[in-house]
Design a protein around this ligand. Structure first.
Ligand SMILES: Nc1ncnc2c1ncn2[C@@H]1O[C@H](COP(=O)(O)OP(=O)(O)OP(=O)(O)O)[C@@H](O)[C@H]1O
Ligand SMILES: [Mg+2]
Length: 285
């Protein structure tokens, strides 16, 4: 069976960002440690995810780098948040730590009120699979699977079928209905990114993290993807956290958090591209 090929060790496409993490190499492929008896309390908190006094330190002594330097932030349920800031300011690190893909040096991360540091590796894997969706710039699609199989993969790994009506709606909305049997290499960059977006939405996760989801696509496709993400928030109550460098993309969000040197230095509600540009200039970005 084709799926089993993809699920074998090493089938997860290498992601240079994720591989920073020492304890997990891919968001989906720790499935062997999956323990079906583990269950989490269902808490519909108004805060989908939060970091409290988050510190991420690399190196020590004179060489020390604080990728995150005491960050406390809440991501409200049903809200679309953009994270902006100069290169190296800690955006990806923050997102990876909150998503449970990387570990803080100190401080805590909560998803639905559950402190990730209290979870075993198995529980963390399950938590990520059930509650968290990821959209990375590098797509992370499995090359041997069709578009449809890629979209259904997180469900498949959890032995779930998902809500077929919802999945059809997601596939129709991202405009992939006539591309479902194609493999990633037979799709354009924009189509591949749409598959990645559909995959993140298919499981109806509590929160979706997106690291520059439109970085690799043309502006028309980028706008389509962002419009779809916006609709997922407005019509379906999805919670999204997105890293972006682009003021036009950030303007799709409800709220922007600006980072510099591992700290939150500013915040903006109801952003517009013009307001974002002004703010970036005033922050010397
Ligand atoms: N594994 C690592 N070892 C050492 N330093 C690291 C490591 N990963 C990240 N850093 C450092 O942590 C800081 C924050 O990195 P991060 O990737 O979060 O930045 P970013 O805001 O996402 O930047 P970009 O916009 O370029 O993607 C940077 O100074 C980076 O060099
Ligand atoms: Mg980054």
């Amino acid at each position: 069976m084709e799926n089993s090929k993809a699920l074998s060790a090493g089938a997860c496409p290498a992601d240079p960002i994720i591989s920073h993490s020492s304890f997990v190499s891919c968001p989906f492929f720790n499935f062997r440690t999956y323990d079906r008896n583990v269950e989490f309390p269902i808490v519909k908190d108004s805060v989908a995810a939060a970091a409290k006094h988050a510190i991420k330190q690399y190196g020590s002594g004179d060489e020390v780098i604080y990728a995150l330097n005491d960050i406390s932030v809440d991501f409200a349920s049903g809200q679309f948040t953009a994270i902006m800031g100069p290169s190296g300011s800690g955006k990806s690190t923050l997102m990876h730590c909150i998503a449970g893909l990387d570990q803080l040096t100190s401080g805590s991360v909560l998803i639905d009120g559950l402190d990730l540091s209290t979870l075993t590796d198995k529980e963390l894997t399950l938590m990520r699979r059930e509650r968290v969706g990821f959209i990375f710039q590098a797509f992370n699609l499995v090359p041997t699977l069709s578009a449809e199989e890629n979209i259904l993969l997180p469900l498949l790994l959890g032995n779930k079928t998902g809500d077929s009506e919802w999945i059809k709606k997601v596939i129709d909305t991202v405009g992939l209905s006539n591309r479902l049997t194609h493999r990633p290499s037979e799709l354009s960059g924009g189509q591949q990114q749409r598959v990645a977006v559909a995959r993140a939405l298919a499981t109806q996760p509590r929160i979706i993290f997106a690291d520059e989801p439109t970085g690799n696509v043309d502006s028309t496709t980028g706008t389509e993807i962002l419009t779809f993400m916006r609709r997922a928030v407005d019509e379906l109550g999805q919670t999204i956290v997105m890293v972006t460098h682009d003021p036009l993309s950030a303007a799709f969000a409800d709220r922007i958090i600006f980072l510099a040197d591992g700290k939150i230095v500013d915040e903006m509600l109801e952003p517009s591209a013009a307001k974002v540009l002004d703010r970036m200039k005033s922050l010397g970005n």
